[in-house]
Design a protein around this ligand. Structure first.
Ligand code: ZN
Length: 166
């Protein structure tokens, strides 16, 4: 949670442009390319902060996604609240009953590169388990297992598909 009197501290790190342009984060960037906002010894994803400041709290288990596909962008009008299944990258679509936190039944939804991202966020970037769990839309205990190397049966990396060569 960010206090209203500190919002300006956040916007000071943003290159604010016209409403239809991307507003890029000018401060620390995470290993996976998202802006990071440090606040009272916690690190937040900048796009999530932007969404929260503009729209209020993010519903539990929801992700903040980019319409513009620019991970550094924190323009509130380029952000929307969605689920992992809405995410445009090729992560596996979660099964309909695996929504929400506290569900550990979806280990197979994550690939080894997801595990590497989680480890990076935790060990290198100093994210709290809770933030990582929110970001990946899974339970804290699952994140903990993954970063401690207790999960082995990852989903295979999706192979690049060559649709049709003419
Ligand atoms: Zn944008």
């Amino acid at each position: 949670m960010i206090f209203k009197c500190h919002y300006q501290r956040f916007w000071d790190k943003v290159n604010i442009k016209n409403e239809d342009e991307c507003w890029e984060w000018q401060s620390t960037i995470s290993t996976n390319g998202y802006g990071q906002f440090r606040y009272y010894n916690q690190i937040f994803f900048a796009h999530r902060v932007s969404y929260t400041i503009t729209n209020g709290p993010i519903p539990e288990g929801k992700l903040i996604l980019h319409k513009c596909d620019n991970r550094l962008c924190v323009n509130p009008s380029h952000l929307y609240c969605g689920t992992q299944a809405d995410n445009i990258n090729d992560r596996a679509i979660r099964s309909p009953n695996s929504q929400g936190s506290g569900n550990d039944g979806n280990i197979s939804m994550f690939s080894e590169s997801d595990a590497d991202t989680m480890k990076g966020l935790y060990y290198k970037d100093g994210y709290f388990l809770k933030s990582i769990a929110e970001f990946f839309n899974c339970s804290v205990s699952l994140v903990e297992k993954i970063i401690n190397g207790k999960v082995k049966n990852f989903k295979r990396q999706s192979k690049l598909t060559v649709s049709k060569i003419t």
